[in-house]
Design a protein around this ligand. Structure first.
Ligand SMILES: [Zn+2]
Length: 128
C-alpha cells in the first residue's frame, strides 16, 4: 500500500511510508535527517547514547527510531528542531544552557508533536 504524509499542505520526501523526512528546512537552512537503530550511533562520535542529535555547523539531525512509535520519532525530531531554532534565534527558553530549560524544551516538543497529530497536521494515509 502506497502511503503518504504531509505537514499542512506540503508533502515531504524521505521514508514516506513511515512518515520520516530525510530533509528538513528550518528557517531557510536545509538539514539532512539520518535515522539510527542504535542509541550509540546517534552520537556521531559514539561517546554517549542519545535519542536525538543536531549540529547546525554540519546541518545534520540524527534520530533514534528503532521500534519507536511514529509519534515518539516526531517528538524527537521536534526536540532537535527546537534546539536549532533556539540556536538561530537566541530565544532564551530554547537555549540548552540548563537542565531545567532542556526539560522545558523537551516538554514543548512533546506538546507540539501531540498538537500536530491530534489535529491531523501530520497524518498518514494511503493513495488507494
Ligand atoms: Zn536536547
Amino acid at each position: 500500500m502506497a502511503a503518504w504524509f504531509c505537514i499542512g499542505r506540503h508533502y515531504i520526501g524521505g521514508d514516506i511510508a513511515n512518515m520520516k523526512p530525510d530533509k528538513l528546512n528550518i528557517m531557510g537552512i536545509p538539514y539532512s535527517v539520518t535515522y539510527c537503530d542504535n542509541l550509540l550511533d546517534v552520537d556521531p562520535d559514539k561517546r554517549e547514547t542519545l535519542y536525538g542529535y543536531c549540529d547546525h555547523h554540519t546541518q545534520t539531525i540524527r534520530i533514534y527510531d528503532k521500534d519507536c512509535k511514529i509519534e515518539f520519532v516526531w517528538q524527537t525530531i521536534l526536540h532537535e528542531v527546537l534546539h536549532l531554532i533556539g540556536n538561530n534565534t537566541k530565544i532564551s527558553i530554547l537555549k540548552n544552557d540548563s537542565e531545567q530549560k532542556h526539560n522545558e524544551l523537551d516538554c514543548l516538543a512533546n506538546v507540539f508533536a501531540d498538537f500536530l497529530f491530534r489535529n491531523n497536521l501530520i497524518k498518514i494515509g494511503s493513495e488507494n
